[in-house]
Design a protein around this ligand. Structure first.
Ligand code: GDP
Ligand code: MG
Length: 298
């Protein structure tokens, strides 16, 4: 059995990977590129599980070697489940990748990481709300404090044996008719991960064009006929990005709530409040500059 760890850079993937695999970790390279490929074993389930730490990525579009190797690995059919690590202190940005992972037919479990940091700031996590909105299991964890790691592995283990079909943020939008027509073509052709591939064809994605040139042309034809009026013209990548963020802010952002009674100011916000003050800002600036020159030249 194989689990893939996927998430944005700095979401805590390596911390989680190290906590799960300990001394079994092994670092190699992805074929053909100099991107680290970390694998290791997790031994606390009835079956041995190989954990593959994918590179940190923001999308599955082929803009960087990291994104390409991650996408190829996910679509290869190798992973039995994706464990998507989401930084709960940066929820909306991290869920952007989640909406893309959910387009594949691979089972997904969301690990809502940095629960300790959110709670320390007086915020609260609502994994059950996120699970309901996304339709996949969500477990709040802290990779750093080793909290709930076995629970998220167990959820992944169970999800691996439940077949899943990809879902797409376009389902409740004016783009639905176009999306469904394109999806029908991919389904009829018997393609794997049809939702993911349909979205990529609509976006005009190069790798998908290479994979299925004929279908790609037919989807381009559907776009010419049936594109709803919008601000992006025929830039479907722009449309998708906009629709993903609209979906996230409308349906998902309530999964983490900040402390009641306004946000606590961070240290740098407090410093900004004084140093960039409307009246005192310039005098403070001049005093600091004078002090710097004085120290330098005297
Ligand atoms: P990666 O880029 O996804 O591999 O992220 P890392 O594992 O390198 O973690 C990035 C930073 O987040 C490091 O400073 C970690 O110590 C920190 N971090 C990871 N997990 C947690 C967590 O659960 N709670 C807190 N507070 N910090 C974490
Ligand atoms: Mg890392």
């Amino acid at each position: 059995m194989k689990f893939a760890l996927a998430g944005n850079p700095n979401c805590g993937k390596t911390t989680l990977f190290n906590a799960l695999t300990g001394s079994t970790a092994h670092v190699g390279n992805w074929p053909g590129v100099t991107v680290d490929r970390r694998t290791g074993l997790y031994k606390k389930l009835p079956e041995r599980v190989e954990i593959v730490d994918l590179p940190g990525i923001y999308s599955l579009s082929p803009y960087s070697p990291e994104e390409t190797v991650s996408r190829d690995f996910l679509l290869s059919g190798e992973p039995d489940v994706i464990v998507n690590i989401v930084d709960a202190t940066n929820l909306e940005r991290n869920l952007y990748l989640t909406t893309q992972l959910l387009e594949t037919d691979i089972p997904v479990v969301v690990a809502l990481n940095m629960a300790d940091a959110v709670e320390r700031e007086g915020g609260r996590l609502h994994p059950e709300k996120l699970a309901e909105a996304l339709g996949v299991p969500v477990v709040a964890i802290s990779a750093l404090k080793n909290k709930n790691l076995d629970a998220v592995m167990k959820a992944a283990w169970e999800a691996a044996s439940r077949p899943r079909a990809g879902t797409c943020v376009l389902e409740d939008t004016p783009y639905r008719p176009l999306y469904e027509r394109a999806l029908r073509l991919y389904r009829e052709a018997g393609k794997d991960n049809p939702v993911f591939r349909t979205v990529k064809a609509l976006e005009g994605d190069e790798l998908e064009q290479k994979a299925s040139p004929e279908l790609f042309e037919r989807v381009a034809g559907l776009k010419k006929e049936g594109m709803p009026a919008n601000d992006f013209g025929d830039d479907f990548e722009g449309i998708m990005a906009d629709q993903r963020y609209t979906y996230i802010s409308a349906r998902l952002s309530g999964a983490v709530t900040k402390k009641e009674g306004g946000e606590k100011l961070s240290g740098s916000d407090r410093a900004d409040r004084v140093l960039t003050h409307r009246i005192w800002g310039i005098p403070i600036f001049l005093v600091i500059m004078f002090a710097v020159f004085h120290c330098t030249f005297s």
